[in-house]
Ligand binder design. Sequence first.
Ligand code: HEC
Ligand code: HEC
Length: 338
Amino acid sequence: MKKTIVVLLLFGFAICAFKEIRGIYFRYPSYWPKPIYNFNKNQLTTEKTFLGRVLFYDPILSKDSNISCASCHSQHTAFSQINHSYSKGINHQIGKRNAPALINLAWNSSFMWDGAVNNLEMQALAPMSNPTEMNETIGHVADKMKHTTIYPKLFYKAFGDSAINGERVLKCITQFMLSLVSCHSKYDSVMEKQAKFTQQEERGYLLFKKNCSSCHKEPLFTNDKFENDGLPINKTLNDVGRMLITHDSANYLQFRVPTLRNIQISYPYMHDGRFSNLVQVLNHYTKGIVRSNSLAKPLLKPILLTNNDKKNLIAFLSTLSDTTFITEKQYSFPVFVN
Ligand code: HEC
Ligand code: HEC
């Protein structure tokens, strides 16, 4: 597996990869807020972003060289993992949470369902060192890379010398993650007055603004906060969310509000992937809310939706799908670059 990938990568580079990357830049619609990430500490360049992309797809990052970041975050599902409720890592070990979609991360102030990480560079380190995910150390990964023919060259292109170390690896993976901007949905075209919602989508949009947008705030569809949205605790996992980090009972069952961009393609849903479709999600909001002291205020009042309302709401949510994002070559496995 490892050998094949290296050969494929070499083949890809030789043909066209470097040219293709010239197009990478960080762009977002003018009506969006400014990103939170401080680009001064890690300025994006095409070479570093490209190196990050190669790393993202390379199982060299895991102990048995079988698992890459893309094993759990695959592009065609907006960089989430759809075939497992809980993510599956090294030696087929199953994790405890659903792998979230990786979208518009430059606007997040914290990461993971419970906000365990507040720095994107450190985020890449977490799965690498997690014994059930990639079970590797960054130092050992850097050593493995030194013994390849390709990586010294790539680091030379990106940094002006071929030194390979953990910090550089993390910076480049971060650059690739920052480049994952999803802003070409129908919703965006409508906001930019280049398209119109259908009547059904428009009705769904009104329902969304009434019931959902206080947490799933436009235009990123998250308020970047932790909330308890009334899900009953998963008794097998006993995952109390944000409280695991803060040890404060006010944070009991609070999870990071996920973006709803590309939501139709990034099932299953919730931190434990308990719902497989959007109807189940809406049924939760209308009749599944469990009250506890930490339940978010907007959910204290019941959400009432008829079956027709649900259809309209789902029609609106499907306008958040971005086919450019999930097919964009700049994000894909480097061998398919031309
Ligand atoms: C074995 C599956 C697996 C692998 C491999 C994996 N991840 Fe993840 N990733 C997850 C899971 C599960 C979560 C959520 C964990 C949590 O909330 O506790 C996650 C969360 C994240 C997040 C946070 C997203 C957010 O919105 O909060 C980022 C960023 C991320 N991963 C990037 C990476 C990168 C980069 C790699 C490779 C170095 C990687 N992942 C490898 C499963 C995986
Ligand atoms: C009080 C804040 C709040 C409100 C209001 C709210 N949500 Fe959520 N939503 C959340 C949180 C928090 C999660 C993650 C919960 C978890 O995983 O445990 C979530 C998860 C979701 C998910 C799953 C996302 C994923 O990637 O797995 C969908 C879909 C969703 N909400 C849709 C809606 C819709 C539609 C509405 C309106 C009917 C709504 N939400 C109202 C806070 C809220």
